[in-house]
Each structure stands twice: as C-alpha cells, then as structure tokens.
Write a protein that binds this ligand. Structure first.
Ligand SMILES: Nc1ncnc2c1ncn2[C@@H]1O[C@H](COP(=O)(O)OP(=O)(O)OP(=O)(O)O)[C@@H](O)[C@H]1O
Ligand SMILES: [Mg+2]
Length: 251
C-alpha cells in the first residue's frame, strides 16, 4: 500500500510519517519512507537513521532530472532499490528524493517529477508499505504527485488553515478517485471536538494529542522511539484496509 502523508506546513506530517512507519515496521511489514520535501533535512533523525544521499543524484542530479525522469521505464521492487541511496534499519528504509541547496538554483519541480514517477513505478508486495512524507501545502497535488498512491492521509492540526486544506485535498483527491483520510494532530479534548465538528467525521481515523515528548525530541533531533496515542489506531486502520483490498472476492 502506498500512502501519501499531506497537510499544512508544520501540522505534523513528518512526525506522523515517522511514527506510522515505525509502528508498521514493528508489526513485521517492510516499510519504505520517501522524503519528498525539498526543504527540510531532518526526517532521518526522527527515524533514527543516517541521512541517505539524494535519489535525484542516481539520475545525474537536478539539472538533468526532468528529462531522465521522463525516460524511466523500469519498475522497481523495494528490494531492488540502489542501496547507496537508502538508509535502513530492520524493516525500515528511507529514501530522500532531493533537496534545494543553493541560492538561485531553481524550483523544486524536477524533484516533484521524480517523486511522482517513483510512486508510479514502485511495485510493492503484500507485506510492504510506502509512506511518502510530503512538503507543506498543496503544490504536490497540483503537480500530480499523488497519481501513483493508494491513499492520501491528511494530517490536520487545530487551525482553520488546516481544516480548509483538508477539505481542498479531499475535493482534489475525488477527481482522481483516491481515498482520503484524516489524522488529527496536536489536539486536546476541546480542539479534538472542534475539529470533529468542522471536518467530515467519516474520514477521521484517529487523534494524536499534543505531546511534550514529540516537541522535545523533535527539538533535540532525536529518534521518536516511543509510543504515541492514536498511532496504533491509525496502523490498525491501514492494515485493515490493505487486508480488505487483498482479500479474495467470493464468486
Ligand atoms: N502531537 C504533537 N505534539 C507536540 N508537538 C508536535 C506534535 N506533532 C508534531 N509536533 C511538533 O510540531 C512541529 C512540526 O512537526 P513536523 O515537522 O512533523 O510537521 P510537518 O508537517 O512535517 O512540517 P513541514 O510542513 O515543515 O514539513 C515539530 O516541532 C514537532 O516536534
Ligand atoms: Mg515535514
């Protein structure tokens, strides 16, 4: 199952991607996290991994990326990915599509193109998950990155902008026939109730409360190696959906 994690800037996409990936790996699934955010550099720290080399360099770097991505025909299995572009530990792998490093070097479009194509060409086995941690906001949807995914998970924090973005993502996803679910983040009982009122409640899977440890570990750049409320529910839900999709249809 290929899951894209989306949402407003700072809502908790990287945190939720990390905690979900770790929970799935702990249950025995093989998990590939792809970092499609061209700005932030710290996802590997949340996961307790080293920083992998940018995958865009496999194709010759950002300047030639557009053309090279268009030419990709090969389909990859998770075990066939070039190991020099992976950071891994146990069932968990991390790949970073590319970053912006220099003043005036240009836009992130080639990196988005690679993310988009990669989501399409990666072939997963039954026990494998891909979690794509995206950059803030909606640009990646405008660029069609989600075309190859099975499901969009929107992280919603207690803010008007987050609610508005969740609704817009749901509308866009409808046009490409992709299921959208929400995970509430940084909530307490009051804000959770307000979010449930404001959102389409049938899409809400779970709520992750405001948690001091997440803030502290994030600030210190430490691995998020602890259980957090809401993540088991989210993991159960996604595993249940995957099992349903794989169940043989009675004739
Ligand atoms: N449930 C939570 N409780 C407390 N702090 C949290 C929680 N979730 C995330 N944070 C904190 O909020 C900040 C933003 O989180 P995170 O980096 O995961 O968001 P993001 O959506 O990936 O951001 P960006 O849009 O920059 O990629 C971090 O400081 C993180 O530690
Ligand atoms: Mg992030």
């Amino acid at each position: 199952m290929k899951v894209v994690v989306a949402g407003k800037g700072g809502c908790g996409k990287s945190t939720v991607s990390t905690l979900l990936a770790k929970a799935l790996a702990k249950r025995g699934s093989k998990v590939l996290v792809i970092d499609t955010d061209e700005s932030n550099l710290g996802l590997h720290k949340h996961l307790g991994l080293t920083r992998p080399e940018d995958f865009m360099n496999y194709f010759g770097g950002k300047k030639v990326l557009f053309e090279r991505v268009k030419a990709i025909q090969k389909r990859w299995g998770m075990d066939e990915l070039p190991p020099e572009y992976l950071a891994e530990k146990g069932n968990l792998k991390l790949m970073a599509m590319g970053k912006i490093y220099d003043f005036g070097e240009g836009c992130a479009c080639p990196i988005n193109a690679l993310s988009s194509r990669f989501l399409e060409i990666l072939e997963l086995k039954d026990d494998e998950f891909l979690i794509a941690d995206t950059d803030a906001g909606i640009e990646h949807l405008g660029r069609g990155v989600e075309r190859g995914c099975d499901l969009i998970l929107v992280v919603v924090d207690p803010s008007q902008e987050s609610i508005g973005l969740a609704n817009r993502i749901a509308a866009m996803a409808k046009s490409i026939d992709k299921p959208v679910y929400y995970i509430l983040n940084k909530t307490d009982s009051k804000t959770e109730a307000l979010l449930l009122e404001a959102l389409d409640g049938s899409r809400v899977i779970a709520a992750v409360p405001q948690d001091e440890r997440i803030l502290q570990y994030g600030l210190e750049g430490r691995e998020l190696a602890f259980n957090v409320e809401g993540i088991e529910e989210l993991t159960d839900f996604l595993c249940g959906l995957k099992n349903q999709a794989e169940a043989p249809v009675d004739s």
